[in-house]
Design a binder for this molecule. Structure first.
Ligand SMILES: N[C@@H](CCC(=O)N[C@@H](CS)C(=O)NCC(=O)O)C(=O)O
Length: 206
């Protein structure tokens, strides 16, 4: 049995969706990093960054970093169909954009969600928020330019579509994505209409 430390509306939705597609048993532990409580200390014990998702494998191995979890679950549960296999010609593009969404986009939220961790003074914090927000919008536009249809990689559904469906709910939020990133918006709608994922996505995003 897997154990997933997650929180409503977080990137834990991506990992939960993959485990659902794989039909893999999982125990979900609600550990919202943005709420005070005794869970925070426990979360820091498994992930010193205090971030979710954290995936504990059936043998007790702790994994942080959603991109690493996606690749591992893709290997262990190929039936979930979310990671192109080694010989698949789509694999290089998948890897490129998986690292783009995780290392370049997802990683930015820790800066404008918590500017006080990085700079002091309200002016600096406002500027940091604005610059990170603008950089993120530019990256979302780049992602939109590269997006295929009906899925990011064309005919093939992958974990990239789960990241797009999840992250589009975060800043600058779904309304902005709908207006500025029509291809991403179409992917979000497509993923939300997938009956296999309805339970997970409604639980996380309503
Ligand atoms: N690089 C990490 C990013 C994880 C992350 O930023 N998670 C957010 C929730 S969606 C979080 O826990 N934020 C709280 C914080 O950074 O303090 C990953 O891909 O898993």
């Amino acid at each position: 049995m897997y154990e997933l430390w997650s929180a409503r509306g977080s990137g834990g939705a991506i990992i939960e969706a993959i485990l659902t597609l794989a039909n893999a048993p999982v125990r979900i532990i609600d550990a919202p990093p943005w709420e005070d409580g005794p869970h925070l200390e426990k979360l820091r014990q498994v992930n010193p960054l205090g971030q979710v998702p954290v995936l504990i494998l059936p043998d007790g191995t702790v994994m942080t970093e959603s991109g690493a979890m996606v690749l591992l679950l893709g290997e262990r549960h190929p039936e979930a169909g979310v990671v192109p296999a080694l010989e698949d010609p789509l694999r290089p593009a998948f890897l490129r954009w998986l690292f783009f969404v995780t290392a370049s986009i997802y990683a930015t939220f820790r800066f404008d969600d918590h500017p006080e961790r990085w700079v002091s003074g309200e002016d600096c914090r406002t500027e940091l928020r604005e610059r990170v927000g603008a950089a993120r919008k530019a990256m979302l536009r780049q992602l939109d330019d590269e997006a295929g249809a009906p899925f990011f990689l064309g005919d093939r559904f992958t974990a990239l579509d789960l990241y797009i469906a999840t992250m589009s709910h975060w800043k600058p939020r779904l309304d902005w994505v709908s207006k500025n990133c029509p291809r991403l918006d179409a992917i979000v709608r497509r993923i939300k209409a997938d009956p296999r994922l309805e339970g997970v996505l409604i639980r996380h995003f309503g």
